[in-house]
Design a protein around this ligand. Structure first.
Ligand SMILES: Nc1ncnc2c1ncn2[C@@H]1O[C@H](COP(=O)(O)OP(=O)(O)OP(=O)(O)O)[C@@H](O)[C@H]1O
Ligand SMILES: [Mg+2]
Length: 492
């Protein structure tokens, strides 16, 4: 059974997949399709409008032409009536003026027939109308000729009727034939004019509908366009809000991590300082005692054996020298780990000693701006400032190629400021971004961990300037548990 189900569901799945792809394609291309349809509809509407306009123009021209021809046919009919009236008038009064009026009316009739002839022969009418008109042309000529003949007959003396054309006999039945044919042609033209007007009205309706349809389409398109624009603006605003929220979250995370790292750095430095202090104390107390006791014993033995065993005494003298070297080495190590001057005399003296020694070693001119009396600061702050000064002078000795170094310490307003400057080659911007060295990073961390501010920059016009500002009593509260602080002024 499951196999049968699988077989039947496979084509269904394929169909669903195709439908989903089609729906997807429609969704992604829907705007392109809608635009194409709108353009096609608009262009089609414009073509229909233009065609309708051209047809309306042609239909109006046809209607005007038909009306014109109708008027000309009516004029011809009235001219023919007038011709008959002037003929009758002459027959009754024998007034020659009437005879000449007859001729001038005949001339006008010929002009009218020529205009109409041009219309009928130019293709303005169908072949039956052309045949009818040709027929009445001959009849009209015959009618004029017969009239002229009648005038000559009735005249008391021969008349000059050359302008009337050739005189000829005419069948009176032909006159009514002319009238009825003219009426027929006039009716035809009136019908043609009405047809043209009706067609033009229909075309006008089509144009109106088409224009209304196009306007409605445009309105719909505008509505869709602005709606879509609104949706996009909303979406962008939403995305921007999300980005801002994410950014704020990331900023918070970075600030939190930075705070944690600073606290950790502070903790590690405190641990290291404490261990160094402890080790220095042990070295001083234990190793110092051992070395001093050994030295005293060896000196005693040396004094006793000086005369009796000069060879042994010589060895003991060398051992004494070695012990002195060991004691000196112990002092140096202790001094490095826990500066005795700092522990015993405070920061001002320690900075002065540090500066003097470094200036002596490197042949620097030293400028000191230190408080006259020693100052009492938080122990960790003192260590941080001393280490910063130590690393700054080490860096100056290593890289600056300076001839002059200045150290300044200022205390006031709960702040302590240390300024160290050299007149060397100056630190490069790339040096500030180094990550594999620890000097600058360590200084920065020490200061930040105590809630202070550290800045290093190229001096003007040359050299390097280091500025440190710290609260004279620590405000930083590390978030990690710290080992108990060592007592200050530890004897070394
Ligand atoms: N006073 C100075 N004058 C010129 N360049 C300096 C000065 N102090 C530091 N620099 C430059 O800044 C860089 C970074 O100094 P930093 O103390 O961090 O590292 P380091 O002394 O090279 O190594 P580390 O201190 O870790 O043993 C140095 O390599 C040096 O090029
Ligand atoms: Mg360094």
């Amino acid at each position: 059974m499951p196999d049968v189900q699988n077989m039947s569901s496979a084509p269904q799945l394929a169909e669903q997949g195709a439908a989903a792809r089609l729906a997807d394609w429609m969704r992604t291309r829907s705007w392109a399709i809608a635009m194409t349809v709108a353009i096609v509809i608009t262009v089609g509407g414009l073509v229909i409008l233009e065609t309708a306009r051209q047809r309306i123009t042609a239909e109006y021209e046809t209607a005007l032409e038909a009306r014109d021809v109708t008027v000309q046919l009516s004029t011809l009919a009235s001219q023919l009536s007038r011709l008959s009236a002037e003929q009758n008038h002459f027959l009754l009064t024998k007034d020659e003026v009437s005879a000449h009026a007859f001729c001038s009316t005949a001339a006008r009739i010929r002009q009218s027939t020529q205009q109409l002839d041009r219309f009928y022969r130019s293709g303005g009418a169908d072949s039956a109308e052309l045949a009818s008109f040709t027929q009445i042309l001959a009849l009209i000529e015959a009618r004029i000729g017969a009239g002229a003949a009648a005038l000559q007959h009735a005249a008391p003396h021969p008349l000059d009727l050359g302008a009337c054309g050739n005189a000829s006999d005419v069948n009176p039945a032909d006159a009514s034939l002319i009238d009825s044919t003219l009426t027929l042609l006039r009716d035809n033209e009136e019908r043609r004019a009405q047809h043209a007007l009706a067609a033009s009205r229909a075309d006008q309706r089509i144009s109106t509908l088409c224009a209304a349809g196009l306007s409605a389409l445009n309105i719909v398109l505008f509505i869709l366009l602005f709606r879509n624009l609104g949706i996009q603006i909303d979406r962008q605003a939403r995305v921007q809000r999300q980005l801002i929220t994410q950014q704020e979250g990331l900023d918070q995370l970075v600030a939190e991590r930075t705070r944690q790292l600073e606290a950790l750095g502070w903790h590690l430095q405190a641990v290291s300082e404490n261990e160094k202090t402890q080790l220095a104390r042990e070295l001083h107390d234990e190793l110092g005692a051992i070395l001093t006791a050994s030295k005293m014993d060896v000196a005693w033995a040396n004094r006793k054996l000086k005369d009796s065993a000069p060879e042994i005494s010589e060895k003991l003298t060398r051992a004494l020298a070695n012990l002195d070297q060991g004691i000196a080495l112990k002092r140096r190590i202790i001094e490095d780990m826990r500066p005795t001057v700092l522990a015993n005399f405070g920061l001002v003296t320690a900075l002065r000693t540090l500066g003097d020694e470094a200036a002596q070693r490197n042949n620097w001119t030293l400028e000191l701006h230190l408080p006259a009396d020693d100052i009492q600061l938080d122990e960790q702050t003192e260590i941080a400032l001393f280490r910063v000064a130590q690393e700054s002078l080490t860096n100056a000795a290593k890289y600056a190629r300076a001839s002059k170094v200045s150290i300044a310490l200022q205390v006031g307003d709960g702040q302590v400021a240390l300024h160290i400057a050299d007149n060397g080659v100056g630190i490069q911007p790339a040096d500030l971004k180094r990550t594999h060295t620890h000097g600058l990073l360590g200084m920065r961390q020490r200061v930040a961990a105590r809630g202070g501010h550290f800045e290093i920059r190229r001096g003007v016009p040359n050299g390097t300037d280091i500025d440190v500002a710290m609260p004279s009593v620590s405000t930083a509260t590390p978030s990690v548990d710290l080992p108990p602080a060592t007592p200050s002024r530890t004897p070394v």
